[in-house]
Write a protein that binds this ligand. Sequence first.
Ligand code: NDP
Length: 284
Amino acid sequence: MSARIIDGKALSAQVRAEIALRVGELVKRGTTPGLAVVLVGEDAASQIYVRNKAAACEAAGMLSRAIQLGADTTEDELLDVIDSLNRDPAIHGILVQLPLPGHINAGSVIESISPLKDVDGFHVSNAGLLMTGRPLFRPCTPYGIMKMLESEATPLRGAEAVIVGASNIVGKPMAMLLLAAGATVTLCNSKTRDLASQTRRADVLVVATGKPGIVTGDMIKRGAVVIDVGINRLANGKLVGDVDFESAVPIASAITPVPGGVGPMTIAMLLMNTLEAAERTARH
Ligand code: NDP
């Protein structure tokens, strides 16, 4: 048996088409959803991410504002930019591209974004709302994964869900969303003893460590749904995930590829969060 490949590109196109329709409705009622993406410095990868986000935004009929600041921008200058975006009625979502240069405290910057415009869902008050089961913004990557599981009709109620990687942006919010869906959740980190004994119990396995090939086929339960979040560039230039795809495919029932899996969904859900923020504003 060979796992079904969960096509993140195709699903994200569907989600974006749905978003474009909802944007059209909102525009008719006088509100154009607006996303501001703030980039500090000249990191090449970040510049590509920001361009992709802006292009996706415009393709969905939203307003996109890219704000590029020099690498020597001070924290106070950046906080001033965020303050004016917080007060700008044309902007419904604010995203500060990470990582920030070392002299800027990323935590202070994230906390300065209005929780009502925090489309990444990283602000402590949004993390708290998610944890207490009243999410306002769901962080984009786990939100996209939930959409993928929904599209696969993966049963989550009572399922064993194991997440490898416990970061604030992927692993922890993923755990909250799966828990809310009724799964029994195990969250593993770099100190986990005998990782394979945890992963082998998983009906749903999410891997987000940044360690290429950390999960191999022999660590997967037969028939599991495997979501590979990792994006790793090998020395030969090839892009791979955290799961060893070749050995996992014969064991899993469904699996996300890298590239073309979780990545495209993350951008689609950023648009979804911006749209939802604009819809909430329009309601008030
Ligand atoms: P972080 O580095 O912030 O977190 C990595 C997590 O993995 C930590 O919790 C760490 O444990 C855990 N970990 C590391 N080594 C092991 C190990 N040997 N066994 C078990 N757990 C381990 O990474 P991110 O969450 O930001 O990203 C993870 C990966 O996902 C990266 O490849 C990143 O590029 C990718 N990514 C992809 C996205 C997409 O859209 N597809 C979006 C975001 C990220 P500990 O807490 O103990 O340090």
